[in-house]
Structure formats: C-alpha cells, structure tokens
Design a protein. Structure first.
Length: 334
C-alpha cells in the first residue's frame, strides 16, 4: 500500500492506494502541504477498480447524477460513470472506488478538499472563493465568479515584481485578526492562457460537469507563494464594458458585503462537496452547519468593515489589469 500524507494548517490527511498512479495527481495538487503525519485525522483509500456490487441501503437521495444513501455518520455516494465513495463522517475514514483515472482524480481531490475544508471551518479558518495576493506587506482578495478571469490575472501577477501569491481560487481567512493565509493548489487555466508555460509543468484535469482545464504545477510558481498577511483590500471584480480600460474605483461596504456573502459566507465556487456535508444526524448536523455559517458571516462582516474596498473592472488584457491594480494599491498605501 502506497501512502501520501498532508498537513493542511493542522488538518492532517492520509491518502492511500495499492495503485501508485492514483496518488500521483494528488501529490501534484497538494504538494505545498506534503508532510510526515503520524496519526492522520482524515483517511481516504483509493481503489482503482469498479465498485463492488453491494445493494445500497433503502434510504437514499437522488441528486444530480448520483445517489446518496446511508445512516448515521455513514455516507455512501454512487456516482454515474461507475464510481462510489463510502465515508464515515464521524471517524473521517473513507474508500473511493473508480476505474476511470480522471474520475478517480476528480473525486479524490474533491473529497480531500471537502473534509479538510470542514475541519478548518470548525476552527474558524475559512476558504473564500477569490484570487488571493500580497503586496507590500498586505493581502488582497479579488472576488469574481468562476470563469471570470481570476487565474488569468493571477498568472500575470506572478510576473510582476512586488506581488506574492496566496491562491487563485480559495485563500484562507481567519475571523479573528483578518489574516489571509496561502492555499496554493495548482493554477487552473482555460482557453489558451497556458501559452509560454513549459509543457512539463502542465497537465489536463478532466471534470464531469465543467469540462477540462489545464493545471500549472506548483514548481512553476512556488517562489512567488507568500506567507500569511493582514487583509487590506477587498476587490469586487466585474468585466469591463465595451471599450473600457481596466481600472479600480472605491465601492460601498454594502457592495463588498454582498460579494462576500456569496464567495465566503455561502462559499459558492469552493469545493465543498455537499454530498459530504449533508447533516449526518439531523440535529447535530444542523448545529454544525449553522455554526460554520455564523462564523463565515462574522468573518465576512469584519472583512467588509476593515479592508479598503474597490470595484475592479478587469477588461480583456491581464497585463493592463495588473498595471491598473498595482497603481491602485500604490495610491492606497501612499
């Protein structure tokens, strides 16, 4: 049995498999967090084979292209495409069966993100769907929907002196102190944004519902990964209108709060895997979820109140957008 262990801000994880190829993409995904762990709190075994033919329990919920069943803390998820995840939410132990390599990668990646995200949420350390960066000792968050251009701008900022990288998708923010911490996974790109990146630093990530994208390995930008920094800027991104140049202008707390409600409080865009978050017991599960939502909401309110806020019209040229961002940050610090 081959094993990988990670320590993600204290959330310890072990992923194991008899098939070493099943672990290779996860090692590239979570390479920043590779660490020796004696007693991992979260354990996932990957079996690269079709799931055993065992009848599902009677109680199940059909949802999207899956069937969710189980009782108490035990959860079984039968996915279309011939994959199954069986997970004990109390023991934090699970097994994933998937014959297809792409499906095995996607589901194991999402399971690790979901359960570590849950553990971090309970400790008041929350993922926010944003591009996270640092500049001159402070941290900024750019809030945009999926596909809005966060990764394109993040890739451009890697080339700009003075900027540090936290995450192109889900940096971590603490409610107390409003400190933003790095959560560097592989950069994900669509279109042809990967031109100029060495081919040996790129790989494809095929997903069930959202189509393929290219991933950029951490080694390509590891020197730019920054440490935790205090939150100074909340930027609400929007596409530039026809003919409009990239630029930033101050915005109200209400507008920033609305964007944070979506990207932080609800966590839309982050890998939460709702089939692994549905309450395991009605009362206990509801209380856990309510506590997480309250903590996220307090964090969002503090961020909107304590940071400088701006609307960022990105336009279609990442280089110009990066220049506009640097000019704005310099003015805000002068």
């Amino acid at each position: 049995m081959k094993r990988l262990t990670f320590s993600i801000f204290g959330a310890s994880v072990e992923v194991s498999s008899e098939n070493g190829a099943a672990l290779e993409p996860l090692e590239r995904d979570f390479g920043h967090f590779l660490a020796a762990v004696a007693s991992p709190a979260i354990r996932l075994e990957i079996v690269r084979a079709a799931p055993p033919r065992i009848p599902a329990p009677r109680v199940f919920w059909p949802w999207r292209s899956m069937k969710i069943s189980g009782a108490g803390s035990r959860r079984r998820v039968d996915y279309s495409g011939g994959a199954r995840l069986e997970y004990d939410l109390d023991a934090e132990r699970g097994t994933l069966w998937a014959e297809d390599p792409d499906l095995s990668h996607e589901l194991s990646y999402l399971a690790v993100l979901s359960r570590t995200g849950w553990a971090l949420d309970l400790r008041g350390l929350h993922r926010v769907h944003a591009l996270g960066f640092t500049y001159r000792g402070g941290a900024g968050l750019l809030l945009l929907p999926s596909g809005g251009g966060k990764s394109r701008l993040g890739l451009e900022l890697l080339r700009v002196p003075g900027f540090g990288f936290l995450s192109d998708d889900a940096p971590l923010i603490r409610e107390r102190g409003l400190e933003v911490s790095p959560f560097p996974l592989r950069l994900s790109l669509r279109g042809e944004d990967w031109r100029g990146i060495p081919e040996n630093r790129l790989s494809w990530f095929h997903r069930r519902r959202f189509g393929p994208k290219r991933l950029v390995d951490l080694e390509y930008f590891s020197a730019k990964v920054a440490g935790p920094a205090p939150l100074r800027w909340i930027l609400v991104g929007r596409s530039a209108r026809f003919g409009e140049r990239p630029g930033l202008r101050e915005c109200s707390r209400a507008r920033a709060s609305a964007a944070l409600a979506v990207n932080l409080t609800l966590g839309l865009g982050t890998a939460q895997v709702l089939e692994l978050m549905l309450p395991r017991r009605p009362l206990r599960g509801a209380l856990d979820l309510a506590g997480i939502v309250r903590s996220r909401a307090r964090c969002a309110a503090a961020a909107a109140a304590g940071a400088r806020r701006a609307v960022f019209a990105l336009g279609g040229d990442p280089a110009r957008a990066a220049d506009a961002l640097r000019d704005y940050l310099d003015r805000s610090l002068s």
